[in-house]
Design a protein around this ligand. Structure first.
Ligand SMILES: [Zn+2]
Length: 175
């Protein structure tokens, strides 16, 4: 597994995964509230929603499985639950985030100690990284076929098109 090893971590205190070939697929088990977790995974791994090489598995967990599609191997990376529970007891969560305030309004003197703690922590204190395991991935074939919607004039990927009579529409215009 060339681009993906035991020391290629996600999160703050990480080595960046070389995903220039787009062969790494990230599967994120979290899709509720921890949107910043998914952002971090995208930045660090290059697995992005735009390229479609990241998937949400809708299991409500903070975890990512990184898969090297070429070698059929993967690792699972999870933030340590104890570290996450400790974070939830900080003023950042108690006084701001849990009251619905966006992270952008939390003052630096509240945020900075948290960032410094994470950046200074040994990897094993904040992340659990599995051994490499076999993980076959069958990706659907890429399609570059498209057409222009006859109503709105926007480009549409072929398999998302809708046919009415002898005319082709996008989903928006067909409904
Ligand atoms: Zn349309």
């Amino acid at each position: 597994m060339s681009a993906l090893g035991k020391h290629d971590y996600i999160g703050y205190n990480v080595e960046v995964v070389d995903n220039t070939t787009g062969d790494i697929l990230g599967m994120i088990a979290k899709d509720h509230c921890a949107t910043c977790f998914a952002d971090g995974v995208q930045v660090i791994t290059g697995c992005t929603f735009g390229k479609g090489n990241i998937l949400k598995t809708h299991k409500g967990k903070w975890a990512v499985t990184l898969i090297d599609k070429k070698s059929g191997k993967g690792i699972r990376v999870t933030p340590e639950a104890e570290a996450m529970l400790a974070n939830k007891q900080t003023p950042f969560f108690r006084d701001y985030r849990e009251k619905g305030l966006p992270a952008s309004v939390v003052p630096a003197h509240v945020v900075d100690p948290l960032v410094e703690n994470v950046m200074g922590a040994p990897d094993e204190m904040i992340l659990s990284v599995s051994e490499v395991f076999a993980h076959e991935h069958k990706a659907p074939p890429h399609s570059f076929d498209g057409f222009v919607c006859e109503e709105c004039g926007e480009m549409v990927v072929m398999q998302y098109g809708r046919i009415k009579g002898d005319r082709k529409f996008c989903i928006d215009c067909a409904s």
